[in-house]
Design a protein around this ligand. Structure first.
Ligand SMILES: N[C@@H](CCC(=O)N[C@@H](CS)C(=O)NCC(=O)O)C(=O)O
Length: 263
């Protein structure tokens, strides 16, 4: 049932034009005058990372929904920009040398946008190393562990006690690491950065991973501080109606999302 959409079907439609002029009013930046960035998006923690960064930077962008419950992630057009059949991805028409560039993998997209704008990704080497440590910690640790916790807790056809405990414990450990880190600083790398944007979506869904934020007071304070930012609120407010209608018990949806193999 994979790849149910073919190249003959239309590309995911632009749902909305976002960001840009207001956030950078009076501060014209070459990239802001350029064509909007295409954001290939579905409302999940990985998608939120990039909508948050685009909103924070005031970059204009068009949301292109990738309905991962229907197989949009397997279309040849999407695979051409994101060969891992995962969203998010972006196409920046105003890439290096003024030519378009596509970027997949949320961490690479955040770093690209940070370099492009000079925002939330410091130049100074020590500060940059700290951001990269926590960014890679998220993409290599928190994201995959939380994803598996969510899968075994909510989507697996059987409740496998060992798998649930293994991933729930690991998310608990990782939340504890963040809580300790945040005990004596406001944000993961000191100042607010792409590392925080990468992690907030998973903390937002803490309950689904079997976690209680009240057990992690510094993490809770960090989460509430970031959630209150206007750009983050705008990013979380983006509505993709088709996503709200997805039924994860539907065998057709499960056949698209689960049991994926090379062939
Ligand atoms: N390592 C990737 C992970 C992205 C990812 O897992 N995206 C999920 C949604 S959160 C997806 O596109 N799933 C489609 C599928 O499972 O076929 C990143 O950080 O960008």
């Amino acid at each position: 049932m994979r790849g149910t959409r073919t190249s003959s079907k239309k590309k995911p439609a632009a749902a909305a034009k976002r960001g840009g002029s207001k956030a950078v009013a009076g501060k014209e930046h070459a990239s802001v005058r350029a064509k909007p960035i295409e954001l290939y998006y579905w409302p999940t923690p990985n998608g939120w990372k990039i909508s948050i960064m685009l909103e924070e930077c005031g970059l204009p962008y068009d949301v292109r929904p990738v309905d991962i419950s229907k197989g949009d992630q397997f279309t040849p057009q999407f695979l051409a920009i994101s060969p891992n059949n995962r969203m998010p991805a972006i196409v920046d028409p105003d890439g290096p040398g003024g030519r378009p560039i596509s970027v997949f993998e949320s961490g690479a997209i955040l770093q690209y946008l940070g370099r492009k704008t000079g925002k939330f990704y410091p130049h100074e080497e020590r500060a940059r190393v700290a951001v990269e440590e926590w960014l890679y910690w998220q993409v290599g640790g928190l994201g995959p562990m939380a994803g598996q916790a969510n899968h075994f807790r909510r989507y697996a056809p059987e409740q496998i006690t060992y798998a649930i405990a293994r991933y729930t414990d690991e998310v608990n450990r990782l939340f504890g690491v963040m809580n300790t880190r945040l005990a004596d600083r406001d944000f993961l790398a000191g100042r607010y950065s792409i590392a925080d944007m990468a992690s907030i979506g998973w903390v937002r869904l803490a309950e689904r991973m079997g976690q209680n934020l009240a057990d992690f007071p510094h993490l809770k304070r960090w989460f509430e501080t970031i959630r209150a930012r206007p750009a983050v609120q705008r990013a979380f407010a983006i509505r993709v109606p088709a996503a709200s209608a997805v039924n994860m018990r539907d065998p057709k949806v499960r056949a698209v999302l689960f049991g994926q193999r090379a062939k």
